[in-house]
Design a binder for this molecule. Sequence first.
Ligand SMILES: Cc1cc2nc3c(=O)[nH]c(=O)nc-3n(C[C@H](O)[C@H](O)[C@H](O)COP(=O)(O)O)c2cc1C
Length: 184
Amino acid sequence: MAQTRIAVIVGSLRKESHNQKLALALAHLAPSDFTFEHLRIDDLPLYNQDDDGNQASAVKRLKSEIAAAQGLLFVTPEYNRSIPGVLKNAIDHASRPYGQNAWGGKPAGVVGISVGAIGTALAQQHLRNILAYLDVPTLGAPEVFLQTKDDLFDDKGHIGNEGSKKFLQGWMDKYVAWIKSHSA
Ligand SMILES: Cc1cc2nc3c(=O)[nH]c(=O)nc-3n(C[C@H](O)[C@H](O)[C@H](O)COP(=O)(O)O)c2cc1C
């Protein structure tokens, strides 16, 4: 069976990141012909336009991993009502040099979880704005604004709460159809 490869970009570098856990749990809700590859962004240098002609090997790796994927999944916390700097740094790197935007045309899902009640809504709105400029079509609905709860993940790292599982399965089903509609 042909595999659909999804590049996963998590906006938190924290070891116990809720967003990292969410990204891993979501993969369990996907069909077996979808594979999820987590892209490393913690070893990227700070973006500097002077380096556009000589991008670091970590940047080249990031861009080739994006190029090899049929779809993108952004899973991000909200930092000070926007996306974390590490995520913006990765996005900027792979968007350059001008005319060689690795993100362009790749369909994407945007989800996130935070301790706050608005569940990353503002960060996601900022991210959608950036992605629109980079020619990345994003699945519009349903939106996934999750707030951390003790029973969200079970001890195997799957979604443990039945209500959340049903909701996220519905999201995953739409996401899968959305990615397939772009690769058809
Ligand atoms: C620098 C910083 C800014 C934050 N700003 C927000 C915010 O604007 N909204 C929010 O809901 N949570 C905010 N938080 C709390 C995060 O939701 C919380 O740290 C969350 O666990 C981060 O995601 P992670 O578990 O994937 O690392 C902030 C945390 C940090 C460290």
